[in-house]
Write a protein that binds this ligand. Structure first.
Ligand code: GBH
Length: 494
């Protein structure tokens, strides 16, 4: 298989069947593989600021935030944590946590202001070179995401993710990054959460580019994201892998899903549909069949027929003349936050939309605590279940948990006891997945290193292991108690 030569992804030295105790710190030191990645994650638009500094081009998030009514309190990422200027402060935070890995994303428009390689912004290259070199000098390995929601506005003006040509433009950008940084970066993610980019950006309109074209645009955008990802993976495979010896994947977000009523056939079927339209949408093409899940396609086609839609199939097909999508991931990258119960719902909508195609509604279990933002029900065992599902469904891949976290809203609480407990509880579930379920988990990245710009919620939702004082021009970073807790965990198990 492709990944045989990826030494660091082999599972041969994972010790399994160690006793997993009831509390994390009672577990032996070798509960996790010795080369396990202990990290934290961020994304360019959420932390960098410097939105037009040193020749950076605008991205769709710059545009979106500058429109009225898009983001909580009309806030934006113009300055955010100012990591463009304060990177060394972030590095101090990383060192205080004792991390082995740091996940960051590159701003496409900072490197290529109009999105194309016709013009390279050397200041942008210098910035990321410094970040990467500083990390390596401190013994921290970078994991780099090429795209975390921030398309260059110049490319949106040409149709963005809805335009088929975006795939080759993304591929050129990816090659440029492999060429420029790949001597030092060994873990790559092409696109972060294509599901979120496609649906929130093109169906619901609550993320940039703010399109509300239900039932059509999200499927098209998602399709072009998969084509773009596949092209970039093949470029790496053909031109860079032998020399650079890294690994490339895409980050998949997924809730853990269960039928609302365990024995109810309708709820079970709704759960299957819901899974197909979320996790399945982007994993079946890459890991399973090279095409979308059959139940997704048949549901969409049936709904088109029922509502008298006569255009070309809303869910596109992959062309045999293009690089195959199947097999284009060297590992599985999972962003896990929460769980949902599922029942039928939405199928009676009278207009085309994903809700009616999917006919499955996600609801909360009242026993789950809601922590911070309303969507984040805290269900640590949902992570273990998801990991086991990934092992069983995708033929036991190497898995990195590329995001997982807990948010805070309202009154600032530096002694965030609940979040500290959350990290212990969740990482214990990861230990069980490794030891009791034999899942080949290779790393865990907390979201996030810093409080940052939380998209449509602006700065009102805080996910950081470090608090950032956005009211103060110095943007001081202060470690939360949960940061100290995570540092203790990393120190014991790294
Ligand atoms: C991640 O997405 C992002 O990758 C990251 O940038 C972000 O900061 C982090 O989560 C924390 O939110 O209001 O019911 O429509 C996680 C997936 C998808 C979870 C959108 C919240 C909105 C739920 N997110 N979802 S709803």
């Amino acid at each position: 298989m492709r990944d045989n030569h990826l030494i660091f992804l082999r599972d041969t030295h994972i010790k399994c069947n160690r006793p997993v105790r009831a509390a994390l710190f009672q577990c032996p030191k070798d509960m996790f593989p010795s080369d396990f990645a202990w990290g934290a994650a961020t994304a360019a638009y959420q932390i960098e600021g410097g939105w037009q500094t040193d020749g950076k081009g605008p991205s769709i998030w710059d545009t979106f935030c500058h429109e009225k009514g898009r983001v909580f309190g009309e806030q934006n990422g113009d300055v955010a944590c100012n990591s463009y200027e304060l990177w060394e402060k972030d590095l101090e935070c990383i060192q205080q946590l004792g991390l082995t890995h740091y996940r960051l994303s590159l701003s496409w428009a900072r490197l290529l202001p109009d999105g194309t390689t016709r013009h390279v912004n050397q200041k942008g290259v210098q910035y990321y070179n410094k970040v990467i070199d500083d990390l390596l000098a401190c013994g921290v390995s970078p994991m780099v995401t090429l795209y975390h929601f921030d398309l260059p506005q110049a490319l949106q003006d040409q149709g963005g993710w809805k335009s088929p040509g975006i795939a080759t433009l993304f591929d050129s950008y990816a090659r440029f990054c492999f060429q420029t940084f790949g001597d030092r970066v060994k873990l790559w993610l092409t696109i972060n959460e294509p599901h979120v980019c496609a649906k929130l950006g093109h169906e619901d309109g609550i993320h940039a580019p703010g399109l509300k074209e239900p039932g059509i645009a999200a499927y098209l955008a998602g399709h072009n994201m998969l084509r773009a990802h596949a092209m970039a993976w093949h470029s790496y495979n053909s031109f860079y892998r032998t020399e650079q010896k890294g690994a490339v994947s895409l980050a998949i977000n997924s809730n853990w899903l269960e039928p609302l009523h365990a024995g109810c056939a309708e709820d079970i079927a709704a759960t299957e549909r819901c899974r197909a339209f979320t996790l399945g949408w982007f994993t079946w093409p890459v890991f399973v069949t090279g095409d979308y899940p059959e139940i997704m396609r048949s549901a969409i086609d049936a709904q088109s027929k029922k509502l008298g839609y006569s255009g070309s199939p809303r869910l596109p097909s992959f062309s045999k003349d293009e690089p195959a999508v199947l097999g284009t991931a060297d590992f599985f990258a999972l962003n896990y936050y929460t769980s949902r119960k599922v029942k039928p719902g939405g199928g009676c909508e009278k207009t085309l939309c994903m809700k009616s195609d999917r006919d499955a509604e996600e609801v909360l279990d009242p026993s789950w605590p809601i922590c911070g933002v309303s969507w984040l029900a805290v269900v640590p065992h949902g992570l273990r279940n998801t990991l086991k599902y990934i092992k069983d469904t995708f033929n036991n891949p190497a898995v990195y948990i590329t995001e997982n976290g807990f948010s805070q809203v309202g009154q600032l609480q530096i002694d965030d006891v609940q979040r500290s407990e959350f990290y212990k509880d969740t990482i214990l579930e990861v230990a069980k997945a490794v030891q009791e379920d034999g899942v080949n988990v290779r790393g865990y990245f907390a979201w996030s290193l810093l409080d940052n710009f939380e998209w449509e919620d602006g700065f009102s939702v805080r996910f950081g292991l470090f608090h950032v004082d956005f009211a103060d021009a110095k943007l001081g970073r202060t470690m939360y108690q949960s940061g100290r807790q995570y540092a203790k965990i990393v120190l014991k198990y790294r």
